[in-house]
Design a protein around this ligand. Structure first.
Ligand code: RAM
Length: 348
């Protein structure tokens, strides 16, 4: 791919298959909660945007978009999450929010299966549940707001790794978030399938390690990778916390130009590493827009405008109209590729 490539170009066929299969392993149910008999007026509706963890710039960026939507809709959006990306902590917090009878929950899940009963309990209590970024498995959510198609995100990770190594390939390692993370695990499955294809035969995956979306753990994991695999060429970190920590480890070890980093991350956190070529390129989507779309989707259900069923259409402010796909998902768009040519155009 050329350095000035901005969008990952997906073929019409790929897009169609994405729309049909959208979130892969994290498919959502076709059942929806009944809309509350009488919806509270907008001014009284309080939603909670729940990230995997607090202190993560990625989720903070989503919250800026969520707050913009809240202002436009005249609703309140609280931003509450566990301090670590831990499903047990997230469930405890969600149970408290259900007991408080908030008007709706927008969750980035720390575990696809563990959160199903919690999502079901909220829905049974008449509290609409929408997932975004990282999905809850069947039955635990009414709608998944997918940031970009799972296949496209996974493909982008191995494509970037090969561009960085060049055609001769070399050793790569994956530094992920948590071992239970629904979104990273779905992307890693795509990456493994891609790596088995002839076009990626020159890339050798040494290992997959987990930094738990914690900066220190991710940094230490990156150091361990560098030490354990002396021929390692690229650390692929499909997590905003992991990619920044891995780049810092490479810089601190004076390995710039020898070990490279790529993956998914936020432009502000990675700008310097892109310019120093530790991260020649990385991918992401418009995170503020993801938060914005999520709150519009949640409000459409909570206000009774839609039930959240496949085929339902709603308008998400300046992003326009969305129709819920047969698998109960909506798709924000395509991932972007960020490199030194374009990174200064972004500020989040
Ligand atoms: C981290 C989280 C999040 C993921 C981004 C790319 O912030 O794991 O779920 O989407 O990275």
């Amino acid at each position: 791919m050329k350095r000035n490539t901005f969008y990952i170009v997906l073929s019409a066929v790929a897009m169609l298959s994405i729309l049909l299969s959208a979130c892969g392993t994290a498919a959502t149910p076709t059942t929806s909660a009944p809309a509350p008999a009488t919806s509270a007026p907008a001014a009284k509706r309080t939603y909670v945007l729940v990230p995997k963890n607090l202190g993560n710039p990625y989720f903070d960026a989503a919250n800026t978009g969520a707050q913009k939507a809240a202002t436009e809709l005249g609703v309140t959006v609280l931003y509450q999450g566990p301090t670590t990306a831990d499903a047990t902590a997230q469930i405890t917090m969600l149970n408290a929010l259900i007991a408080q009878k908030v008007s709706g929950l927008a969750i980035s899940a720390d575990d696809a299966d563990a959160l199903v009963p919690t999502g079901q309990a909220a829905i049974a209590a008449g509290i609409p549940v929408v997932t975004w970024d990282s999905n809850i498995a069947k039955g635990g959510t009414q709608l998944f707001v997918n940031q970009a198609d799972t296949q496209g995100i996974g493909d982008s990770q191995v494509q970037m790794a090969l561009q960085i190594t060049g055609p001769d390939g070399g050793e790569i390692a994956i530094l992920s978030a948590t071992a239970q993370a629904p979104n990273q695990n779905a992307w890693i499955e795509v990456m493994k399938t891609d790596l088995a294809k002839p076009e990626y035969a020159k890339l050798k995956l040494d290992t997959i390690v987990y930094g738990n979306d914690d900066d220190t753990t991710s940094y230490n994991q990156a150091l361990a990778l560098i030490k354990t695999y002396p021929a390692l060429k690229v650390i692929v970190a499909p997590t905003s916390v992991g990619i920044a920590a891995a780049a810092r480890a490479v810089k601190d070890q004076n390995l710039t130009g020898k070990v490279f980093v790529t993956g998914l991350g936020t432009p502000n956190a990675l700008r310097d590493y892109v310019k120093s070529n530790i991260i020649p390129e990385f991918a992401l989507w418009n995170v503020p827009d993801l938060g914005y779309l999520t709150i519009y989707a949640l409000d459409a259900i909570a206000s009774g405008k839609i039930k959240g069923n496949p085929g339902d259409t709603f308008t998400a402010g300046t992003l326009g109209s969305y129709t819920i796909a047969p698998d109960n998902t909506i798709l924000l768009g395509k991932p972007f590729i960020f490199n030194k040519d374009v990174i200064d155009k972004f500020n989040f």
